[in-house]
Design a protein around this ligand. Structure first.
Ligand code: C5P
Length: 393
């Protein structure tokens, strides 16, 4: 979402200004062009050269100097920006912005822009709680300015409370959200991800190689596209996306229960989880010596979660995933029909570099009405947006 975008980063005078350097690095890594505007106070906390080095662009500190040293004026940056982020934003800056004061390069640029604005406040918790600040924030929010944070924790002056600037990675995520068209606003989605674990005893289990990446990428993309998302996740090593409700489960039976309750309040279910088809029929309550397990393991069949819910889907969208090897389309089409799904996303896991445990995936979507759509190989993070766009178009 950020690649090729022009981002203006305003840095105001708080100790969290040093964290803004990391934000520039992250933005540049996403291939955004970053123009940094610092207030004079910000330049007391961190050297403009730091930002210049990281952004590889001239840093703007003072309007009048700029007239001499650069042909870029506040309106050039204001016109060119796809997004303006202010991080950290002090109480003073927020007060000025809320009241239309334009006495430096940053506030002037903000008055002259039509770009979306994301503000990451950072201040002492007592200042954040002051009615003047809260009123200013409410006024800006009513004008469509987006806010991230501040977070709870200890601030630089050792006070504890809400005032810390959000972490750069979270600000980056929020920036992606601001730039993503809200195609799924008003929708509630349940997404499942990861494997399930079926215990033999409290120590041993049967499971599979699903990493959960595709499901987590779908949950994140759906959230960024404005949906309310419940992520029902089997055990994975992944960090859940921001602002997503996570229901952690282990077994297929636990997943079934969680999905059922979440789906009752949702518009769509996307089952990217690799649900174990079988579970040990008689799991032990305690770990026993190996000889007590015998040579044969008695298995019980797990319920087909998606097929069960698809029966009463009505107008809700119920989407399955199928990882197949060979004749993938035909096998997936049969599953789509047998399970009564709205659509099935199929990938051929015999192809190297895609599917299980991979960063990339390459899929086809088969719809119940006979349509189908091929999506090129790409990172799961990007593919997630394409899949959602196709499913909700
Ligand atoms: O039958 P198969 O496991 O290949 O079907 C895959 C699809 O069905 C996936 O969407 C998976 O999440 C779902 N599934 C399920 N319950 C099971 C097995 C698979 O919901 N017990």
């Amino acid at each position: 979402m950020l690649a090729g975008k022009n981002v203006v980063l305003g840095v105001t005078g708080g100790i969290a200004a040093y964290k803004a350097a990391e934000l520039v690095r992250l933005l540049v890594k996403e291939d955004a062009t970053v123009d940094v505007i610092m207030t004079r106070n910000a330049a007391e906390f961190i050297a403009p050269l730091t930002f210049q080095t990281l952004s590889n662009r001239v840093v703007h500190v003072e309007t009048f100097k700029l007239l001499v040293t650069s042909d870029i004026s506040h309106t050039t940056l204001a016109d060119r920006a796809d997004l303006i982020i202010v991080a950290p934003a002090t109480a003073n800056f927020i007060g000025k912005f809320a009241n239309g004061v334009a006495d430096d390069m940053l506030t002037t640029t903000l008055l002259a822009t039509l770009a979306p604005v994301l503000v990451a406040p950072a201040m002492n918790p007592k200042m954040w709680a002051h009615p003047a600040v809260l009123e200013n924030v409410a006024r800006l929010a009513a004008r469509g300015v987006d806010f991230i944070g501040p977070e709870e924790g200890e601030v630089a002056c050792k006070d504890i409370g809400r005032g810390r600037m959000s972490e750069p990675a979270d600000i980056l995520e929020a920036a992606e959200g601001v730039l993503t068209p809200p195609r799924l606003r008003g929708k509630r989605l349940v997404v499942t991800a990861g494997p399930t674990r079926e215990p033999l005893d409290p120590v041993r289990f049967i499971s599979n190689r699903s990493s959960g990446r595709m499901g987590y990428a779908l949950a994140r993309a759906a959230r960024l596209m404005g949906a309310e998302v419940v992520l029902v996740s089997g055990p994975t090593a992944l960090v859940p996306p921001r602002d997503v409700e996570v229901m952690s489960v282990e077994t297929a039976l636990e997943m079934q229960k969680a999905v059922k309750s979440a789906f009752a309040k949702a518009d769509a279910l996307i089952m990217a989880a690799a649900v174990a088809d079988f579970r040990p029929a008689a799991p032990k309550d305690a770990k026993a010596p190996k000889d007590e397990y015998g040579d044969q393991l008695a298995l019980a069949r797990n319920p087909d979660i998606i097929a069960g819910l698809a029966k009463s889907k009505g107008k809700k969208l119920v989407v399955g995933f199928a990882a197949e090897t060979g004749e993938a389309d035909a096998k997936a089409a049969a599953k789509l029909k047998r399970k009564g799904l709205s659509a099935i996303v199929v990938n051929d896991v015999s192809e190297p570099g895609i599917g299980f445990e991979s960063e990339d995936n390459e899929v086809r979507i088969l719809f119940a009405d006979g349509r189908s759509l091929s999506l090129a190989r790409m990172a799961k993070a990007d593919l997630a947006f394409e899949i959602l766009m196709a499913l909700f178009s």
